[in-house]
Design a protein around this ligand. Sequence first.
Ligand SMILES: [Zn+2]
Length: 258
Amino acid sequence: MFDSHFHTTDPRLNSLPEVVQGKNHGVEIGADFASLPTVFAYAREHEHIYCTAGVHPEYADTYSANDFEHFVVEHLHEPKFVAIGECGLDYHRADLPSRAEQIAAFEHQIYMADRYRKPLVVHSRDAWEDTANVLIANRAKLKNGVLIHCMSYTAEQAKFLMSQLSGIEVYFAFGGHITYKSKAYLHDTLRAIPLNRILIETDAPYLAPVPKRGEINLPQYIQYTAETMARVLGKTPLAVETLTAENAYRFYKIKAAR
Ligand SMILES: [Zn+2]
């Protein structure tokens, strides 16, 4: 299994004995500027772990374009550094940075992905319209591919985005929320996406799948998400595992180390 998105260095996980550090294969996602050095060190120390550099919209009010670019340039030579993000828009809570601040940080990270030829990992929650508008307006800067992580929108919205970004490799990652009854519409979304554009993720420590919902999400819980995706797609869990791993390697441009 290749987990396309997790935060294993999050303090909620790294002290738990049931998390066997470095045993999973996948991508440790940078989301907070202050912790990027920890994220990169973790990838350096573990053979099958890759990393990204990004600033999540919840930190958009302290985003420094200069500091971020400096960090990226300093680490460009590192083979484990596979993408820019997660970045994007989150309008879920009222206490988050303003929409203008979020859009500015998002657009700068889109620029960075283009300038330094990295694929882009996008976080979007309750912000469909602005996310689509920003991506479409910046489509010329998405030539290295874009991934909508923790896809939470409808089949129609996914199809609209793919049509507006035709010619660009647009990927979608599904996490534990696809196992929730309240998110059953995501089954249609999953079926609307071409098989070569589907990824799987835990987003650990967030969004634990049923039957672990509400607990701290552990990397090994990815099997529950794979089982649900397999049922929806009419495939075996092993087929989903193989398919999503191949897609993740292609999106993140990871060659060997399988
Ligand atoms: Zn995340």
